[in-house]
Write a protein that binds this ligand. Structure first.
Ligand code: RTP
Length: 155
């Protein structure tokens, strides 16, 4: 009760084209759902290259930027917003280190991916990027507010 505001924290998580093509959508959603986080927005979309460049604008000076944007726009992406206390930071913990060779077993990338260029999933790295990425990928009316019956057992 006292932490009601904290429970409304939101992050942007996307299953990249490799994760979708490999049939890992349900597996990934399941892990976030079983943890106790709440899905408040979801869609499948093929982003344009321009859109991918906007999403990854912070990385525009990196050598892999072009290939990364090319890849993100190469097929369907499952874009989601997840909600819950600590979801930004713990979401990244569930996802695992950027390079799957360094991701711990038990994490999404540790269990399901092998190389950094095909690491199947993205998660916002902080409150500011979470806000920006949610606004980039979703219209406000695509975010759904609801109470789940399980919340009183999670919090
Ligand atoms: P993400 O944003 O996708 O969750 O990844 P991250 O914060 O863990 O990593 P970041 O450094 O922001 O990199 C974004 C994505 O770029 C690709 N990448 N490729 N050396 C490479 O070829 C390289 N380094 C990064 C990865 O797909 C990474 O997730």
């Amino acid at each position: 009760e006292a932490h009601a505001a904290a429970q409304n924290e939101r992050t942007f998580i996307a299953i990249k084209p490799d994760g979708v093509q490999r049939g890992l959508v349900a597996e990934i959603i399941s892990r976030l759902e079983r943890k106790g986080f709440k899905l408040v927005a979801i869609k499948i979309t093929v982003p344009s290259k321009e859109f991918a460049q906007k999403h990854y604008h912070d990385l525009k000076d990196r050598p892999f930027f072009n290939g990364l944007c090319q890849f993100l726009s190469s097929g369907p992406v499952v874009a989601m917003v997840w909600e819950g206390e600590g979801v930004i930071k713990y979401g990244r913990k569930l996802i695992g280190a950027t390079n799957p060779q360094a991701s711990e077993p038990g994490t999404i990338r540790g269990d399901l991916a092998v190389v950094v260029g095909r690491n199947i999933i993205h998660g916002s790295d902080g409150p500011e990027t979470a806000k920006d990425e949610i606004n980039l990928w979703f219209k406000p009316q695509e975010l759904v507010n609801y109470k789940s019956n399980e919340e009183k057992w999670i919090y």
